[in-house]
Write a protein that binds this ligand. Structure first.
Ligand SMILES: *Cc1c(COP(=O)(O)O)cnc(C)c1O
Length: 454
């Protein structure tokens, strides 16, 4: 287990004000839309003022007003080893001392590519700077390889802000999608089909109607962006097999689950056991070690269609940046079975305590997980497990908002959205976990009160 010391100062009960965060947020809103550089950070779903974080160590964040929080966001996934891991910091500092970007090939890129090829079923990888770029490039490659144009995705799966993937289901199953946001032209989503997750019949129907035109199906290996919705047993194998039967490529997006759901990502929980592999995969988050790095990779014959070996163009000024790849490589090398076992155990403790507190307070909830990833849905268990986006949409967002703020007041920084996994790291030691456990009963009571007021 990797542990990091907590900051020296003792946290002192309730938080000590948020004046500096509030003032920074004012300034930020004047110069940046919504005051943030990625929407979910803004607290729009829960209300209130986002905390501006000044520093972080291990499992703890410190904001600009000096409040400390147990971090259950972990930068939305990347910080698998916690903040400021000494070996990652030392490797990064040494890399920075040598120079920060050359626009030439470098050794850390080769080493990180070798590490990813060794740990996943991909034969070759190409580095990019964000998960969005990874999925966008994988889709271009799939289209270039197959000579087809239609893309299948599932409602509630997020693959970054790629135009063709910011799509909502059309009027019926197996009809083409409509843009999910202004600014995306209909022509960008006109070749996207959006299906309900975990629905084999919908997939069969889409392939029956459009099979000859389908270049690829892209899915989160296990959805984590509508809360954690595990694939039903055999679902990913079914997708891989169906794609193969129709000459389409199966793209498994492991930007979130990769190197996080387990040592081998979600694929380690299904494909590795069942004996199949995706044609293409995408990675990000953990593999960047807290820096902007992501990748797509897959079958050698598909990857060899990529420029400069093949005709499908793709490029990036900072792709494979030596600082980012050094951080990612050091992180992956430190991500041992022990790290995952620790995160799993801490997660089990928090899941059980959250369920107990919410039950005690009479707040309906469903806890779901895949590997070491989990989330708490504020939905009624009488409606069954959350299998798809329609189920996830039943979340009681008012109860969640009350719960979120009660946790924040008790020094636990949850993702400010009811549709997110709670992220842990190997630095979440007993003290950090206990802080979460201590906060849960009163937060559950706050959620119960919010339900009564509606
Ligand atoms: C975060 C995420 C992305 C997008 O990655 P960015 O680096 O934010 O562009 C894509 N796919 C999945 C599954 C993700 O969780």
């Amino acid at each position: 287990m990797v542990t990091s010391a907590r900051p020296d100062s003792q946290p002192s009960g309730p938080t000590s004000g948020t004046a500096r965060s509030a003032s920074l947020f004012e300034r930020a809103q004047a110069v940046t839309p919504g005051g943030v550089n990625s929407p979910v950070r803004a607290f729009n779903a829960v209300g209130g003022t986002p905390r501006f974080i000044r520093s972080a160590r291990g499992a703890w964040l410190t904001d600009v007003d000096g409040n400390e929080y147990v971090d259950l966001i972990c930068s939305w996934g990347p910080m698998l080893l916690g903040h400021g891991h000494p070996e990652v910091q030392a490797a990064v500092a040494a890399a920075v001392a040598r120079g920060t970007s050359y626009g030439t090939p470098t050794e850390p890129e080769v080493e990180l590519a070798e590490e990813i090829v060794a740990r996943t079923p991909v034969d070759r990888v190409r580095f990019v700077s964000s998960g969005t770029e990874a999925t966008m490039s994988a889709i271009r490659l799939a289209r270039g390889f197959t000579g087809r144009d239609v893309v299948l995705k599932f409602a509630g799966c997020y693959h970054g802000h790629v135009d063709s993937l910011l799509a909502s289901a059309g009027s019926g199953l197996a009809t083409f999608a409509v843009p999910g946001t202004p600014g995306v032209p209909e022509s960008s989503t006109a070749l996207t089909l959006v299906l309900p997750y975990n629905d084999r019949a919908a997939v069969e129907k889409a392939f029956a109607e459009h099979g000859e035109r389908i270049a690829c199906l892209i899915t989160e290996a296990a959805p984590g962006n509508m809360g954690v919705v595990p694939p039903e047993p055999g679902f990913n194998a079914f997708l891989a097999e169906t794609c193969a039967r129709h000459g389409a490529l199966f793209i498994s997006d492991e930007v979130m689950t990769g190197f996080r759901a387990g040592r081998l990502g979600q694929w380690g929980l299904d494909g590795a056991r069942e004996g199949w592999r995706p044609d293409l995969m995408t990675f990000g988050k953990v593999m960047g070690g807290g820096f902007p790095a992501a990748a797509f990779g897959g079958r050698a014959d598909v990857m060899s269609r990529l420029a400069p070996e093949g005709p499908v163009y793709q490029a990036g000024t900072l792709s494979g940046n030596p600082i980012a790849t050094t951080a990612g490589l050091t992180t992956l090398r430190l991500a041992t079975d022990e790290v995952y076992a620790h995160i799993d155990a801490a997660g089990e403790t928090i899941k059980a305590a959250a369920a107990a507190a919410l039950s005690e307070a009479g707040v309906p909830h469903v806890v779901q997980s895949t590997g070491t990833m989990f989330s708490v849905f504020f939905t009624d268990p009488a409606d069954g497990p959350v299998r798809d986006f329609a189920d996830a949409s039943r979340t009681d967002s008012i109860a969640f908002a009350a719960f979120f703020h009660a946790m924040l007041d008790r020094r636990v920084y949850l993702p400010p959205s009811a549709y997110e996994a709670w992220f842990l790291s190997s630095a979440h030691d007993d003290r950090a976990v206990q802080t979460v456990l201590d906060a849960l009963p009163e937060a559950a009571e706050a959620a119960a009160r919010a339900r009564e007021e509606v």
